[in-house]
Design a protein around this ligand. Sequence first.
Ligand SMILES: CCCCCCCC/C=C\CCCCCCCCCCC/C=C/C(=O)SCCNC(=O)CCNC(=O)[C@H](O)C(C)(C)COP(=O)(O)OP(=O)(O)OC[C@H]1O[C@@H](n2cnc3c(N)ncnc32)[C@H](O)[C@@H]1OP(=O)(O)O
Ligand SMILES: Cc1cc2nc3c(=O)[nH]c(=O)nc-3n(C[C@H](O)[C@H](O)[C@H](O)COP(=O)(O)OP(=O)(O)OC[C@H]3O[C@@H](n4cnc5c(N)ncnc54)[C@H](O)[C@@H]3O)c2cc1C
Length: 672
Amino acid sequence: MPLNKEIQPGDNDELTRERLQATFDTQQMAAALWGSDLARKRRELAKKVDKLTVLHDSKDMSFMTREEKLSENARKVVQMFAHVADIVEDPSDDAEMFHLSSNAIGHEGHPFGVHFVMFIPALKAQADDEQREKWLMPALGLQLIGTYAQTELGHGTNLRALETMATFDKATDEFVIHTPTVTALKWWPGSLGKSSNHAVVSANLIIDGKSYGHHNFMVQIRDENTHKPLKGITVGDIGPKMAYNASDNGFLGFDHHRIPRRNMLMRHAKVDKNGVYTKPPHAKIGYSAMVHVRSVMIGHQGMFLGSASTIAIRYSLVRRQGEIKEGSGEVKILDYQTQQHRLFPQLARAYVFMFAGKEVRELYQKVLSDMEKGETTLLADLHALTSGLKSVVTHLCVAGMEQCRMACGGHGYSRASGIPEIWGVAVGGCTYEGENMVMLLQLARYLMKAVKETKKGKSLGRLVDYLLLPQDRHSLIGRVPQGEYGPHLAAFEHIARRQIFKVADELTKLQDKGMSKEIAWQKKAVELQRAARLHTRFYLAACFHRKVQSVVDGRIREALADLYHLHLNYELLDMVNYALEDAYLKADQVDFIREDMYRLLETIRPNAISLVDAFEFSDRELRSVLGRRDGHVYENLYKWAKESELNRADVLPYFDKYLKPMMLAARQRSNI
Ligand SMILES: CCCCCCCC/C=C\CCCCCCCCCCC/C=C/C(=O)SCCNC(=O)CCNC(=O)[C@H](O)C(C)(C)COP(=O)(O)OP(=O)(O)OC[C@H]1O[C@@H](n2cnc3c(N)ncnc32)[C@H](O)[C@@H]1OP(=O)(O)O
Ligand SMILES: Cc1cc2nc3c(=O)[nH]c(=O)nc-3n(C[C@H](O)[C@H](O)[C@H](O)COP(=O)(O)OP(=O)(O)OC[C@H]3O[C@@H](n4cnc5c(N)ncnc54)[C@H](O)[C@@H]3O)c2cc1C
């Protein structure tokens, strides 16, 4: 039995030969990536979806209008829930459900796009027991469709400037929800425009003329039967986007719309019938749905990059172009060092992002269960970690996916590759759930507080313990026996720590000169976000290290270690300027890192296809002609192109309408 379990009869011979070179068992690697239980469930689930034709795309989404896309995904999501008990083992398991949705529906969006990702998590974390009974149960039972309406046309990042008002009317025991200006219109919420009938709405709580800041309210926006907007509510779709066009991101306005007082989510903050307000135990506890999505995004973005890497690496083993040795025939493009250097570091990133995604989810679950007991100590750590990871991971993912697209040459630009859509969805992640730069500055705030604690000899939290350690002056990279990578990881730590202390000192100096804290912060904002990036990249490298150390199987550990070492070398070179600034690294050490990286590209090359096969993305999930498991790319590209709506007739009406009259007139003029 070959170690690569993706081999099947009828596959492209080249891919089979590649797969036979695997040094590890791909199913065991899948278990390392997803966890053994989820890996098994994914495999079984994909087989079941293959058999259920009602869950299959009726045609390629690339050839559909937006309305067709919305309708197609509404159809599939309904079928998916109708068959859910036959397909998944535990429908309450988000991870399993996400994979089902990824196989059957894809990533372009669907009517429940925000329902499960934000609406339900907001209810779980912020609704009290009675409210959970009233809305959470029906929401889980699909009796209603919800979204999360926070962002406004004029305000997204700065939540304190949100304008939507929720004014308490003691006489009727109601809140009056109102949109005072056009900039106060809710704008962007997923599935709001045409699908949802309920929304968790962020609005300023006003009692007796006093504002208590924004809080979350449950608002029914459409009639349950007719689906018409309720009186006092204006709602619609915001129009086409870069990608994610099967989602009806929407706008929403309120004209003095009344809701019962008990529609404010009251697990933590409360308003009683006399208008007495009770503060939550932590000022930012109402932000929990955002923290939830940031925490799930890390692993999912890793999956997006893993998908793009799978497509590009498989295609690079089918595509032949040019010769390395004259006369010996065209080579597979993956045999070029430049192609390996373009793709393998992206593959390594996909792996570590998935590992980090798992770690961060564990911390999220811990904080959630603490919050349930009113305990919020770890909330700040979680906010800092997710803010940094969300920003760095989305940024590196889209940069990496763009490399994958370019590595596929012209065919990468075609939607047949599947990369444009997943790229478009992934790049949205740089903006939603907090614009990346803003979130990096949130982490920087935490890091600056950590420096203050360090100066008192204390640590602000486990994630910043390393700030207490002394700085080494010189790196040991290349000065220790070959195969030891401790000094590489130490270099990440050094670079992060140095930048964090450097910018902290600069801030202090500016303030010592009389500059206000806020202006000093502005003067150093670019350096601050750099500190946040370097801290996060150190976290990622350390996470990769922890994962490799934890693997028991020798063959899996060895293959993962190759990727880890490549990651260390590649990422260090990407930020080498920081290590050169203080002569921590010398030129010969940089050369050493480069040479070792080139060596690793060659080491990884025979395992390349098996490392992407180990993600076990089904063809249905990848939705890519280039990335097909069987490698039969060309005949299927031709088949795909023939599906284009432009090929429905040999001559399209615009020819007779515009081009023919123009050419006839031109011919007549030339005959005169
Ligand atoms: C049918 C199929 C079903 C299957 C489904 C199965 C389930 C699938 C599960 C998962 C799938 C996931 C798939 C992923 C793909 C998703 C698809 C797309 C969905 C997209 C949805 C997008 C939604 C949104 O975008 S919602 C809107 C998000 N908006 C934002 O993020 C706004 C950003 N701004 C902010 O967060 C804040 O304004 C701020 C943090 C920048 C500043 O806040 P502010 O109140 O002004 O505070 P500030 O003064 O700066 O700081 C004061 C102190 O507070 C601390 N702090 C801030 N935030 C937090 C926090 N969250 N937690 C803890 N502490 C916080 C801050 O650090 C300061 O502390 P200090 O000590 O004083 O320094
Ligand atoms: C695909 C998608 C789905 C979305 N889904 C939802 C949803 O379901 N529900 C919802 O409520 N919202 C949703 N949003 C909205 C999203 O959360 C916001 O777009 C996001 O929070 C960024 O806010 P903004 O658009 O106001 O950007 P802005 O804040 O206007 O950012 C513009 C620029 O200003 C910079 N900037 C802003 N503030 C600062 C600062 N303090 N310091 C330095 N620079 C700053 C940013 O870095 C950026 O470069 C979605 C958005 C997208 C793209």
